[in-house]
Ligand binder design. Structure first.
Ligand code: SF4
Length: 491
């Protein structure tokens, strides 16, 4: 317990951690500690990603053990294949999200990025950029027959495709701002609380919203456990960040869990441990049954040992506008910008990086915008409040930095963007998006280690390919410190 401040910067979360320990409830942090040290081969990219059953083969990073896989694949090809594998999964996820929204997938770059995209496409060779590149990538990952340069170039093609697919969503959304609230304060009062983790079907969220608004029985509210879930006027209130979901379930403040696509197994298991009723997306539960079950559980469930005060909450506005829209270009002509976002990472005390960096960057005169869990932490700490000087902007959780990068580029001011930092890499979409933005000329970094440290040849070739279009991707071979990330932004 003496290390509790190393787990989260939020005093309320620290109190909840003490209660969970007192009550003997194991959480994600306990699993994280048991998993140390995590697989060093995988972290370096030296664990074969081909899925061939003759393995698994791993290559010794120090050159004292195996220097090739059973099939003869060397370390450069293994690392490049690992990057391709991650980017393939990430691109498929983006494609799936588009399919769920009933849109036909098209590749479309925001106006500000079109010129860089055309140059980047020429640089990495494909005649055209289409979803056919997904099949080509899968074929390259069938058996290790190609040199690392081919795998790496295909990784960049896929990354560009990922950004082009997301670009479709930039155009579809007409820049409508959306409201959101975040913080434990959304749980104040004695309401029946239905929590959502992951992304359940939109229709179910809407039906739950309508049912909860009904006048009969105890009042019911819907909250999210860290996922940004579109709701009527914006997003569901975020009771916590994604890595705090288990912690909040352990606090007995939730009376039903709806586990949608992407909900972590640990979240569902914690709900079960606390006897909280759960519906998974595939259960096809209807809203009325969920409401009834939540009310029943609320009527006899033990009350939380902590009171969530209403002031522990901040409201904000998520802008989906490109900065190119009329009236939305930076007010200060010489403004510089830093974009921070992505998921929580247990490599750090939760909230530490986004809050410390946002404050330091603002202190250095750089305007900050955030998305994902990073934005939740900025909201929880009042950094997005209109009352704050130079409030942090909240970016669309799906598009993340894309809209901003495109807007500055279109305004002819790409150099005003000091960098884009992905704080955590939980979502496999992040790596192709980061690589794609770097290929379009942005300066991008990942705080969580990227699995490319097993091959200096891959890193060097990647740097050259990105630099040809003016971009860069910085990775660290360790969880990066706030100070080195600040220097990365400001140097
Ligand atoms: S593809 Fe080659 S390196 Fe990978 S597991 Fe199979 S034999 Fe080993």
């Amino acid at each position: 317990m003496e290390t509790i401040h190393l787990k989260t910067v939020d005093p309320v979360s620290q109190e909840l951690l003490r209660l969970a320990a007192k009550n003997g409830i194991a959480l994600n942090w306990d699993r994280y500690e048991k998993l140390q040290p995590q697989d060093g081969f995988l972290r370096l990219g030296l664990s074969c990603p081909f899925g061939c059953l003759q393995g698994p083969c791993r290559i010794d990073p120090f050159g004292r053990g195996p220097d090739r896989g059973l099939c003869g694949m060397d370390r450069d090809a293994m690392v490049a294949a690992m990057l391709l594998r991650i980017c393939l999964q990430g691109t498929l996820t983006i494609l799936n999200d588009i399919a769920l929204s009933d849109a036909a997938p098209t590749v479309s770059f925001a106006p500000g990025l079109k010129k860089s995209a055309a140059k980047a496409i020429k640089g990495v060779a494909p005649k055209s950029l289409s979803t056919a590149q997904i099949f080509k990538s899968a074929a390259l990952l069938q058996r290790p027959a190609d040199p690392f340069g081919v795998l790496l170039e295909q990784t960049l093609v896929l990354s560009l495709l990922a950004v082009g697919l997301l670009g479709q969503q930039v155009h579809e959304d007409k820049g409508k701002d959306r409201t959101v609230q975040a913080g434990y304060g959304v749980l104040s009062g004695g309401h029946v609380t239905i929590a959502i983790a992951g992304q359940p079907p939109r229709k179910l969220v809407e039906a739950l919203g309508s049912a909860a608004a009904g006048k009969s029985g105890a009042s019911v509210r819907l909250v999210s456990l860290g996922d940004w879930i579109p709701a009527a006027k914006g997003y569901l209130p975020l009771a916590c960040s994604s890595a705090e979901a288990e912690l909040l379930l352990s606090a007995r403040a939730i009376h039903f869990l709806v586990a949608g696509a992407g909900a972590d197994p640990g979240v569902i298991e914690t709900a079960a441990k606390m006897d909280v009723p759960v519906a998974r997306a595939e259960d096809k539960s209807d809203a009325a049954k969920i409401l009834k079950s939540a009310r029943q559980f609320h009527s006899h469930a033990p009350r939380p040992e902590i009171t969530f005060e209403s002031h522990l909450m901040e409201a904000g506005v998520v802008t989906t506008a490109l900065t190119e829209r009329k009236g939305s270009t930076p007010k200060k002509p010489k403004s510089r910008f830093a974009l921070l976002g992505g998921s929580d990472s247990l490599h750090y005390p939760l909230g530490h990086l986004p809050v410390a960096l946002a404050m330091a960057l603002r202190g250095a005169g750089i305007q900050v915008a955030g998305w994902g869990d990073a934005a939740v932490w900025m909201m929880k700490n009042g950094l997005t409040s209109k009352k704050a000087s130079d409030p942090v902007s909240i970016l669309d959780p799906q598009l993340g930095p894309l809209q901003f990068a495109a807007g500055l580029s279109l305004a002819g001011k790409p150099d005003r963007l000091k960098g884009i930092l992905f704080i955590g890499g939980k979502d496999c979409r992040d790596l192709p998006v980061a690589l794609g933005l770097a290929l379009l000329g942005c300066k991008v970094a990942f705080a969580d280690p990227i699995p490319f440290w097993g091959s200096s040849s891959v890193r060097d070739r990647l740097s050259d390919l990105l630099a040809a279009n003016g971009g860069q991707l910085t990775g660290f071979d360790h969880p990066a410190e706030a100070q080195e990330l600040l220097e990365w932004f400001t140097k």
